[in-house]
Ligand binder design. Structure first.
Ligand code: AHR
Length: 503
């Protein structure tokens, strides 16, 4: 028998309600993410605040319900006071060896969030600063008035509190590269005390503790156990970060790397459950996968810029130009997140504009969709409602680093409001089309609304300036349905979105 995959989906077999925050993203003060990305006063498409409306249009098309800000590594030496009020002070950004002009700060960001239709996920500096400064920032943002920092906000023209409900307690504090890097014990104590004080100011906030920067860190997963030992009582989420990199030009191995993301999630969930049991706790710690993407194309150019030409304002950094095969990996990551949506409740595509991003801009010029834009926009638009239990059997293959990798990776979601089912599937095989059969009888008489595919004969095809968008989806997938059995042909190396509705 040749390569094939079979799925069974049922209304009764539900994995989880999908948290809309699974489709979050990230804007860091890094490279051209802010300056020349979302913010470019004087650009023909900019509004009176300097927000690029062409970029916002694409962000709305992507569907980004929450945006992490302002870092990233940047936040670990950030002085938020430099970016509010009339006098803005430029500072050295040590993380990215750039000059931060601070003309865009907290207030610009919260205004931008309103125009972009996204909530804020605010990260605080637990690298070089601590409890007092974080409390001042929270008071500035969320307290109604009548206190030093809330009145300062009001004096800056923002009478109503920003009311930011989700906060990350630092960024990648386990990483030696982090300014103010800490041991798990040091960080755990600081995060717990900061969280305790923050909750006194605003009991409604949700807090994310820093997990490991990636599963390859020597301190993983002891870091999670130690941090949660101190913070379990005070936090709601623990973070995970992973960037996938193509190694030795091996596409098959590259496409298999999301299997490691799946085991990363399972391990962190297990540590959370261990801590809950140890502390006789009642709550489950949720997972915030608040940095994920493919990242490798720009590495050597970035090293050169930061070493040889430091301290520029908004230099071109981390400007990965994504290929078609990178979009397949992005699709596989989204499937992995959906398959774990019972535990992963926040996830952020890192990042949003120009910096390892689905959207690229030219100064004074156009904005365009990179290849990875499409799987994200499809998942965010159609992957809402309930994630159905992933009952999938697929023929398998081995790669250089992984054994027993599914030829077809897939997940289905059910949107009860629209009464539609969506199957997201990637064919990892580089040479052959593979049939996918899906038993959907439990949903009654269904019809195929559309079968969207992203495919290309050139795995290295890119969208970029000046040639524009060469990689685009089409509704040309081959699917048929008969007596509640869906038969789809998934083309070699393809991303597929099969949407079904009632007849
Ligand atoms: O997203 C780019 C960088 O990757 C972030 O600043 C950091 O948190 C991570 O290492």
């Amino acid at each position: 028998m040749g390569k094939n995959a079979k799925m069974i989906i049922s209304r009764e077999l539900r994995l989880a309600e999908i948290d809309p925050y699974l489709y979050g993203s990230f804007i860091e003060h890094l490279g051209r993410a802010v300056y020349g990305g979302i913010y470019e006063p004087g650009h023909p498409e900019a509004d009176s605040n300097g927000f690029r409306l062409d970029v916002i249009k694409l962000i709305r098309e992507l569907g980004v319900p929450i945006t992490r800000y302002p870092g990233g590594n940047f936040v670990s030496n950030y002085h938020w006071e430099d970016g509010v009020g009339k006098d803005r002070t430029a500072r050295l950004d040590l993380a990215w060896r750039s000059t931060e002009p601070n003309t865009f700060g907290i207030n610009e960001f919260t205004e931008w969030c309103k125009v972009a239709g996204t909530d804020a996920l605010m990260t605080v500096n637990l690298g070089t600063r601590g409890v007092t400064d974080v409390c001042n920032l929270l008071e500035y943002c969320n307290h109604p008035g009548g206190s030093k920092y809330s009145d300062l906000r009001i004096s800056h023209g923002f009478k109503k509190p920003h009311d930011i409900k989700a906060w990350c307690l630092g960024n990648e504090m386990d990483g030696p590269w982090q300014i103010g890097h800490k041991t798990a014990g040091e960080y755990g104590r600081l995060a717990a005390e900061t969280a305790k004080a923050m909750r006194l100011i605003d009991p409604e906030i949700k807090l994310v503790a820093c997990g490991s920067s990636n599963a390859g860190m020597p301190t993983f997963p002891q870091w999670e156990a130690d941090v949660l030992e101190h913070t379990y009582e005070y936090v709601d989420y623990i973070s995970l970060h992973q960037y996938i990199k193509k190694q030795d030009g091996d596409t098959t191995d590259f496409l298999a790397q999301t299997d490691s993301m799946d085991s990363f999630i399972h391990t962190v969930a297990a540590v959370c459950d261990y801590t809950k049991a140890k502390q006789r706790g009642k709550k489950d710690i949720k997972l915030s996968f608040d940095e994920w993407n493919v990242w490798y194309h720009s590495n050597s150019a970035d090293d050169e810029t930061m070493k040889l030409h430091p301290w520029g304002v908004a230099p071109r950094l981390l400007e990965d130009n994504y290929t078609f095969e990178d979009a397949l990996v992005a699709g596989l990551i989204l499937i992995t997140l959906l398959k774990n949506s019972d535990r992963v409740k926040i996830a952020c595509l890192a990042q949003l504009v120009n910096v390892i991003a689905p959207i690229m801009t030219e100064p004074g010029g156009a904005a365009l969709r990179q290849t990875i834009f499409y799987p994200f926009s499809h998942a965010s638009r159609f992957g809402r409602g309930t994630a159905l239990a992933p009952i999938l059997t697929s023929t398998k293959h081995d790669t250089k680093s992984f054994e027993g990798v599914n030829d077809i990776e897939a997940i289905a979601t059910y949107d009860a409001d629209a009464d539609t089912i969506t199957i997201f599937a990637v064919n990892r095989d580089l040479n052959d089309s593979i049939p996918l059969e899906c038993d959907v009888r439990d949903f009654g008489d269904c019809r195929i609304i559309e079968h969207i595919t992203l495919e290309s004969d050139d795995l290295q095809a890119v969208n970029g300036f000046p040639h524009g968008e060469t990689v685009r989806p089409s509704s040309s997938g081959e699917s048929s349905i008969d007596n509640g059995r869906l038969n789809a042909v998934l083309k070699k190396a393809s991303w597929n979105v099969i949407r079904l509705g009632a007849k």
